[in-house]
Design a protein around this ligand. Structure first.
Ligand code: HEC
Length: 392
């Protein structure tokens, strides 16, 4: 019973854990076929699409699971936030590790986009140092360091060794250690939840099959705006650059960097400045706290007639679910309105080998901002990504 309760509270957290396992498995397969060299990386990905369709499907699964993982993590965060998990003393470490986990997640996304080394990967590789350069004081040297340090094998090692280790340590503190202490441990947890997870796995598999990344060029060349409106994991990184569509210089940096960074810091540490509730007997008391807190809410009293019809429990649950839904929409609707124009699959329409080597493969002179001043022009880079048919 207790496990069930815990499970439903952390429904999205459980999904995130499951998707992380999907990423671990699919990623392991992909490493076997990937070649981390500037001249071979893209060819090694194309090879999958032309010769090994099962592995290409695994790659698309890896991409879709990445998107759904970010969504699940955000939903898990919203629910924990609204449930005020951070007020419980024992949960503060869980809160902090949870928020910190956003960092390796972002790292996974960025390195993951770079690895295929088509023009999207090239774009991200150039934009990360530009972005880091905006940080006060250390920015310029950090930016230079990132440019100097970048090599394909290093990006791969960060993606498949360093970030997984950081994630594992944080996840262990965040949740695994708790699961392992329960009777049956991790293996029972996985067996119990595996069946429940099957529909989600089927959905991911179907998405990956129906909407693959077109990488068969020059045999199949997409249209410039292809992939518009189809959500991808890229959106969650592009959204930080989107202010360059509307502002220039400091204002763009304000919205794209300073404000998100400040929000992140506040979210990570604010529980440490609040009064704590102590729960001596673990999850159960936590739960009772929440229920008691909710019952007092005036809103619930105002809704008395509805309570009669639905019953107390259902009403509280519906109100809770509705709040989660509204907060999630407040985040995802702006994300969609800004990002839907990103033609994720269209880059290859111009950037493919039939358009010549210069347009087909990221040039060997990448990183060189003297030879290619576009690379340090954030406005060009962002406008070109969102509106490649207009700005180039
Ligand atoms: C309509 C054709 C077209 C599409 C579609 C297109 N590009 Fe480009 N792109 C160009 C041209 C042409 C240039 C060269 C501009 C120049 O050098 O003045 C360019 C330049 C670039 C550059 C600057 C660096 C360089 O080496 O020139 C990057 C990065 C880039 N594109 C990435 C992308 C990405 C990412 C996408 C998909 C979101 C994309 N492009 C879609 C035509 C296109």
């Amino acid at each position: 019973m207790k496990i069930k309760q815990y499970h439903w509270h952390h429904f999205f957290g459980g999904i995130a854990l499951l998707l992380l396992i999907v990423q671990l498995l699919s990623g392991s397969v992909l490493t076997l076929f990937y070649s981390p060299h500037l001249n071979e990386a893209y060819a090694s990905v194309q090879y999958l699409y032309n010769e090994l369709s099962a592995v290409a499907w695994i790659r698309d699964t890896h991409r879709w699971a990445a998107l759904l993982l970010v969504l699940a993590v955000i939903m898990h965060f919203i629910r924990s936030f609204l449930r005020k998990d951070y007020l419980i003393r024992e949960s503060k470490t869980l809160w902090l590790t949870g928020v910190l986990l956003f960092l390796p997640l972002l790292g996974f996304l960025i390195t993951g986009f770079i690895l295929p080394w088509e023009w999207r990967g090239y774009w991200f590789m150039e934009m990360v140092p530009n972005y880091a350069g905006e940080i006060p004081l250390i920015g310029p040297s950090l930016s230079q360091f990132l440019l100097d340090a970048f090599t394909m094998p290093r990006a791969l090692v960060v993606h498949v060794v360093i970030l997984p280790i950081i994630t594992l340590v944080l996840i262990d503190i965040h949740t695994l250690s708790k699961i392992k202490r329960r009777a049956g441990g991790l293996s029972l947890y996985l067996r119990e939840h595996g069946l429940f997870a099957t529909p989600f796995l089927l959905i991911i598999g179907a998405l990956a099959y129906a909407l693959p990344m077109p990488t068969q060029d020059p045999a199949i060349i997409p249209m410039p705006l292809e992939g518009e409106r189809i959500p991808t994991a890229e959106w969650f990184v592009l959204i930080f650059y989107a202010p360059y569509l509307y502002f220039k210089g400091f204002m763009a940096t304000l919205f794209g960097f300073y404000i998100p960074f400040a929000i992140f810091l506040v979210l990570a540490i604010f529980p440490y400045f609040l009064k704590t509730k102590t729960s001596r007997t673990g999850d159960r008391t936590e739960h009772e706290h929440h229920v008691a807190g909710r019952k007092k809410k005036i809103l619930v009293r105002v809704l008395a007639p509805l309570r009669k019809v639905l019953g107390e429990r259902t009403l509280v649950k519906t109100a809770g679910a509705l709040t989660v839904f509204l907060v999630a929409m407040a985040l995802f609707v702006p994300l969609y309105t800004v990002s839907y124009a990103s033609p994720t699959m269209g880059c290859n329409s111009c950037h493919n080998l039939t358009a010549g080597n210069r347009m087909g493969l990221p040039p060997p002179t990448f990183k060189d901002r003297e030879l290619n001043p576009n690379l340090k022009d954030n406005t060009f880079m962002v406008e070109h990504w969102f509106y490649p048919q207009v700005v180039w």
